[in-house]
Design a protein around this ligand. Structure first.
Ligand code: NAD
Length: 518
């Protein structure tokens, strides 16, 4: 079955939304940001329906958890191939729903494929059982099992609609969980195509169940029913989700907002830094959690860097088309356009200088806004410390690197940072001082994002827990330590008093330390 050019065939949309439960008969219309035209009427669930879906998924979990790990991994690896084979249709869907440029939609396809390959090929390494040090060498053997949580609830946002939910769910599946996934309704099709391809790769239907509907209704019902919550979205909603999960004593990982800094040191390659800054600030029109909204540039190179950066920004192709060479697409919604406009107008009214962009572009489509560079931004302006989540970056100078680190850290967020310098040992030393979950050296965000073996997530108000790597799969399991004792007992053996046993133990403990045994 092909995903198929959905704009030529309305049955594609019908087939995709057909995977959603629809007992309430209510729907929400979604629209194309490039044109404002309606795309689909997406069935939305009630809270009761979400509970039913969770119950159905729960019933499927034991048999999925006992499916051989090799078979679970095989499904991920076949899914990898399907995603790459059908990428053209997937890119069309992502662009249609999110309004992003094709090259940015491709980042999602690549990220899903990388995640499927990584976890598909490392399943046994991560899921053990894992040998640990026993109390007494030779007498105590400890193995740690990874027990699936059960039903994992995923709430994913609209900005990376294909990869955010799907890539989080892949390790959850591999670990023996079932998934109930609530993608943002506006971008449901991009998530549903992932579910469809997983099923085509062999995943049983009830093992991944999508549901749609308003966050406060469907999201709340989901968090109220599942055994673990994986949420991606804003810090404000993340706090609500965390509070609800905590009251139920279920775990949650939260991937939240950021106000990410880029440091450009005096010895940086200017062309590399300018290229990285353009991608870092304007990928997906800045609606990317790890994108850059603050550029700190060393005094010595400030003018030269700004000139190169602005030259690149002015050469960007902004359009609502399906060409790979388009550099930036549209914002996704009126709400995003209003926030971006408000942040820029507020900054300008309070004295900021617009170095590039600064205006909406209704001539390109209803939700376009120019890539915008501001200088002279002060703490009195909203965009100084508040996440814009749009194509707006503020540029500042710094005198020395200690000051740059201090200013990078002067934020309650701590998601991603970037450092450009030719002196790699020094850049790594600076990185260690920056309070962010990922730091990219001579790259904006893609080096860490695409290194699936490394953990990704935020410090401070940017979140809890990590996706990717061992951390990204272990969060969906409870570790269970199974300790087997042979020979030696943890009590006085026959004929030995408790006092003598305590003495013998004391001597053994001293001996183990002397031998350097942990
Ligand atoms: P949001 O918090 O408003 O919404 C996120 C999702 O949660 C939406 O689908 C929403 O409907 C749902 N929701 C709303 N109320 C809910 C509730 N009470 N319970 C459960 N779910 C509820 O965020 P947004 O504006 O859609 O997304 C943009 C934000 O997400 C930005 O702040 C961005 O930085 C962040 N984000 C972070 C990452 C990351 O990996 N750290 C990735 C993408 C986006």
């Amino acid at each position: 079955m092909s995903v198929a050019a959905f704009d030529d065939d309305p049955r594609v949309v019908e087939r995709l939304v057909g995977q959603l439960p629809s007992s309430s008969a209510r729907t929400q219309d979604t629209f194309a940001p490039f044109t404002g035209q309606t795309i689909a009427a997406v069935p939305v669930s009630t809270a009761d329906e979400v509970e039913e879906v969770v119950a159905q998924a729960r019933a499927a979990q034991p048999s999925w958890a006992t499916t051989a790990l090799e078979e679970r991994a095989r499904i991920l690896l076949d899914f990898h191939d399907l995603v790459l084979d059908r990428q053209s249709d997937i890119l069309d869907l992502i662009q249609e729903e999110s309004g992003k440029a094709r090259k940015h939609a491709f980042e999602e396809v690549a990220h899903v494929a990388m995640t499927a390959r990584y976890y598909g090929l490392t399943a046994a390494r991560h899921l053990g059982p894992d040998r640990r040090i026993g109390a007494f060498p030779g007498f105590t053997k400890v193995l740690v099992n990874r027990v699936p949580k059960g039903v994992v609830g995923i709430i994913s946002p609209w900005n990376y609609p294909f990869t955010m939910g799907i890539s989080d769910g892949l390790p959850a599946l591999l670990a023996g969980n079932v998934v109930v996934h609530r993608p943002d309704t506006q971008t449901a099709l991009s998530a549903l195509v992932g579910v469809e391809l997983l099923r085509e790769a062999g995943l049983p239907d009830d093992v991944w169940r999508p549901v749609c509907g308003p966050g406060p209704v469907v999201g709340t019902a989901l968090v109220g029913a599942v055994d673990y919550v994986c949420f991606t979205g804003s810090t404000r909603t993340g706090r609500t989700v965390a509070t609800q999960a905590a009251a139920r004593l279920v775990g949650a990982s939260l991937e939240l907002g950021g106000k990410n800094p880029m440091l450009i040191c005096a010895d940086a390659s200017l062309s590399r830094a300018a290229e990285g800054a353009v991608r870092g600030c304007f990928s997906s029109a800045g609606q990317l959690c790890v994108s850059m909204e603050r550029l700190y540039v060393a005094d010595e190179i400030y003018e030269r860097f700004v000139e190169r950066f602005l030259h690149r920004v002015s050469g960007m192709k902004v359009a609502g088309d399906r060409d790979f060479d388009t550099d930036m697409g549209s914002l996704i919604s009126q709400l995003q356009l209003a926030t971006v406009t408000e942040h820029v107008e507020d900054a300008v009214a309070k004295g900021a200088t617009v170095l590039a962009g600064g205006r909406a572009r209704p001539d390109l489509g209803p939700l376009f806004f120019e890539p915008t560079v501001l200088s002279g931004v002060t703490p009195a302006m909203t965009c100084y410390g508040t996440e814009t989540f749009g194509p707006v970056v503020s540029i500042y100078r710094f005198h020395d690197e200690a000051e740059a680190v201090e200013r990078a850290n002067a934020s309650s967020y701590g998601l991603n940072a970037s450092i450009f310098s030719r002196d790699l040992p020094r850049a790594r030393r600076l990185a260690a001082q920056v309070r962010c979950g990922t730091v990219n050296i001579n790259e904006a965000y893609a080096a860490s994002f695409a290194s699936i073996d490394s953990p990704m997530g935020g410090m401070g108000q940017s979140g809890l827990g990590r996706r990717q790597g061992a951390e990204g799969i272990h969060r969906f399991t409870d570790p269970q330590a199974v300790a087997t004792q042979r020979g030696l007992r943890f009590a006085a053996m026959p004929g030995l008093s408790d006092r003598a046993y305590a003495k013998l133990m004391t001597a053994s403990l001293r001996g183990l330390k002397k031998l350097g045994r942990p």
